[in-house]
Design a protein around this ligand. Structure first.
Ligand code: NAD
Ligand code: ZN
Length: 250
């Protein structure tokens, strides 16, 4: 459990910063019951993500990939934002959060009410045709594996292993990381590239980097200035309440 002093330190840093952004990973959605790749429990104990969520598996054996994807998407459809997502939405409403760069594909930041979200690894809300790029809503999915009107296979509009980051998301994320003066790094082990380079870009540009995680990560104390150790769903609402008390400097 982080001390009140650590929470206040973060609140003061956020209050005095002019350009705050958040960079989130699978850990922020764990309390919404979406399993991270490396944690215990959930889908990824039965399906190795680097095999099932690899683009070559998808292309060579779509039925096999879609078996896992159907299960994953059902889960994502039902998931609800947790207090960590809601706290970030509140921070945006307070005009203290410029944007969120998320590695997650679960759409929970948008469901929580954030309007400025960069989906670094895509968003499972959409399906995209591999041939004609046409997009469909996940809610309209009927057959498995789903097909486009052009009869080609549909793929969730998320970045699979072996696929590049969408160029626009990469460019905008690098720009935001380079311009911010405070980055909250939440629930990510910060090892999967190129996403993991974003805290480094922020640090090099002189930003304060604060981590919120259950445990230290490879960037703790090297790239990040400090770690608030605890569950995002418990830490973030406390930090946001403390920011309100410190007052917001425009
Ligand atoms: P990751 O590398 O981001 O690791 C998860 C991190 O979250 C770990 O450092 C862990 O200590 C921390 N964590 C766990 N529970 C937490 C909590 N309650 N509060 C704060 N921190 C917590 O994630 P990964 O699972 O290795 O995923 C790698 C890639 O796959 C990323 O792009 C990730 O976003 C994506 N992925 C996305 C989802 C999703 O959309 N929700 C789920 C699984 C994987
Ligand atoms: Zn098509």
């Amino acid at each position: 459990m982080p001390t009140e002093e650590t929470i206040k330190r973060a609140a003061r840093d956020i209050a005095k910063a002019k350009r705050v952004i958040a960079f989130t990973g699978a850990g922020i959605s764990v309390e919404s019951e979406i399993a991270p790749f490396r944690g215990k429990g959930g889908l990824w104990e039965r399906y190795n993500p680097e095999e099932y969520a690899h683009i070559s598996t998808f292309r060579n054996n779509p039925e096999k990939s879609w078996q896992m994807l159907a299960e994953m998407l059902e889960h994502i459809k039902k998931a609800k934002p947790n207090p960590a997502h809601l706290a970030l939405a509140e921070l945006e409403k307070m005009r203290k959060l410029r944007c969120i760069i998320t590695q997650n594909v679960d759409n929970l930041h948008q469901k929580a009410g954030n309007t400025s979200v960069i989906d670094f690894h895509g968003n499972a809300r959409w399906l995209v045709c591999l041939e004609c790029d046409r997009k469909y809503k996940l809610d309209d999915l009927e057959e498995i594996p789903p097909r486009c009107e052009c009869r080609a296979l549909l793929k969730p509009d998320v970045v699979f292993f072996g696929e590049p980051i969408p160029i626009d998301a990469l460019r905008r994320s690098q720009e935001e990381a380079g311009k911010c003066d405070l980055m909250l790094v939440i629930g990510t082990s910060a090892v999967i590239q190129p996403a993991a380079s974003l805290p480094i870009i922020a640090k090099r540009a002189g930003a304060t980097v604060i981590e919120i995680n259950l445990e230290p990560t490879p960037i703790t104390g090297i790239v990040s200035d400090y770690l608030i150790e605890g569950k995002a769903g418990e830490v973030l609402p406390r930090v946001v309440e403390a920011v309100k008390k410190v007052g917001i400097r425009e």
